[in-house]
Every structure is written in C-alpha cells, then in structure tokens.
Unconditional design. Structure first.
Length: 82
C-alpha cells in the first residue's frame, strides 16, 4: 500500500515511458529502428525480418543486439526511478 503522496513507478503503459521509448527509438539508425519495431511491435522472428529486409539472420541479430544495448543505455540515462 502506498503512503499518502507516494507515487507508483512508471509502467510500460504510462504516457511518460511511451514518450521516452519513442524518443529513443527515433535516435536509432533507420535499419536498427526497423529491426526493433519488426521484432517487438510486429512479433517477427530474426529469420522473418532477414527475409523481409534482404539481410542475413546474423546481421539482423547483430542489429537487434546493438539497438537494445543503445536503448538500455539511453533509458538508464534518460529515466531515473525515484
């Protein structure tokens, strides 16, 4: 139970977190953003994304790995839990 005046930490659904996520996605290179969006918004596998973008599965996985690292770093710097 929260004390009077205490606030809940932001959730994924909160407008603040969604705005921050969109802002950080916008800072990725276009192909990295596409890989993240296809993976998490459309639910495609690395193989399906590779077919769609005409790239190797290895290249897609590499882009996803680097993109998620960049997002984690940016989220950690841009959003401090209180």
């Amino acid at each position: 139970m929260l004390e009077s005046g205490a606030s809940c930490p932001p959730t994924v659904e909160s407008p603040e977190v969604m705005r921050l996520a969109e802002e950080m996605l916008g800072k990725l290179k276009p192909r990295q953003r596409a890989v993240v969006e296809l993976t998490y918004y459309e639910g495609l596998t690395a193989e399906e994304i590779a077919d769609r973008l005409g790239e190797s599965v290895h290249a897609i996985r590499h882009d996803l790995y680097r993109s998620l690292g960049a997002l984690r770093a940016a989220f950690g710097n841009g959003h401090e839990e209180q």
